[in-house]
Design a protein around this ligand. Structure first.
Ligand code: PPE
Length: 304
């Protein structure tokens, strides 16, 4: 069970057990709320660094704008509150979850003038798909649920309700014995994982799905930049499930999942069935970056 000390709620710090809402909270009924997931890592020199804080806060505000929710704080105020959550909970590393939601008041689909509320919580979170998955790769399956269609759910926004689609897919494949679900878009091409973007490698060239039905991942963006800086070719292009089956390597990226190798899709081994050299190289640079060892991308770190 996750339990830390303090949660930031509407501008004030409250005790973990006191961070409660009314049962008629609008978001709880209709799913219109937006959120972020941010990681903080402990550097080798002992300091803590939040990874790409400003980009996460900006995406939170973009998600709110798409959802017509006006956040009653500035981006600077949210950045500051997000960083403060670590100190208030004595966390030197962990995961931070800002959530913007519509409070109680009016019921019915139109939220009327219900207050827009903001909560920020933080907790310790290990490898999202397991330590073994991070090291040796995971087994995935393509879900029978298609990714949210771009004109039915706003895919660029990290909207609470969008995650019904992810949860349906995740439960389906976990019940069938796999680690993670991959979803196709409504045209039948690969989209992304339940909570991660997807990359494939063949003959040393990298491909990832374009910004259509996916959430535009901040980890995805970081990996594209790192790969190109290291002389690897990266294209953002749609690909089919059989192109995935014959990839030499496959990996998933996300704040929670970090860089997780995929060793199997739909009961077919990917490449040798073990994490490949490109995946391992990118994984190493990524972890060296977030832990402050590799200074090339130091601009992505917000020391607290
Ligand atoms: N696609 C989806 C659908 C998604 O939810 C995430 C993040 C990503 C891609 C990767 O985005 P980024 O974190 O910016 O690289 N998923 C979050 C949810 C995890 C959870 O279970 O909660 C995350 O990784 O924080």
């Amino acid at each position: 069970m996750i339990r830390e000390k303090k949660i930031w709620l509407d501008g004030k710090l409250v005790d973990w057990d006191e961070a409660n809402v009314h049962i008629l909270t609008h978001t709880l009924h209709y799913g219109m709320g937006v959120f972020e997931g941010i990681r903080c890592y402990k550097s080798d020199d002992g300091r803590s660094a939040i990874f790409r804080l400003r980009e996460h806060t900006r995406r939170l505000f973009d998600s709110a704008h798409i959802s017509q929710m006006e956040i009653p704080f500035t981006q600077d105020e949210i950045n500051e509150a997000t960083a403060s959550i670590l100190k208030e909970n004595d966390l030197s590393e962990g995961y931070i979850r800002p959530l913007v939601f519509i409070g109680d008041g009016a019921m019915g689909l139109h939220p009327g003038k219900n207050k827009i509320r903001v909560a920020i919580a933080g907790w310790t979170w290990g490898a999202y798909l397991g330590d073994d998955g991070l090291e040796n790769g995971i087994r995935t399956k393509i879900s029978s649920f298609a990714r949210n269609y771009v004109n039915a759910g706003m895919t660029k926004a990290k909207i609470v309700g969008n995650y019904v689609n992810s949860t349906l897919a995740k439960r389906e494949v976990v019940a069938a014995g796999y680690d993670e679900a991959l979803l196709l878009d409504t045209d039948g091409y690969l989209s992304e994982g339940s909570g991660e973007n997807i990359f494939i490698v063949r003959d040393g060239e990298i491909k990832t799905t374009p910004n259509t039905s996916i959430l535009k991942g901040i980890t995805r963006d970081s990996i594209i930049e790192i790969a190109r800086d290291n002389g690897l070719k990266v294209t953002e292009e749609r690909f089919t499930r059989d192109e995935l089956y014959i990839a030499d390597e496959c990996f998933l990226t996300g704040t929670a999942a970090e860089i997780t190798p995929v060793r199997e899709v739909d009961d077919r081994a990917i490449g040798t069935g073990k994490p490949g050299p490109v995946t391992k190289k990118l994984q190493k640079i990524f972890f060296d970056t977030v832990k402050g060892r590799d200074k090339t991308y130091e601009r992505w770190l917000n020391y607290v």
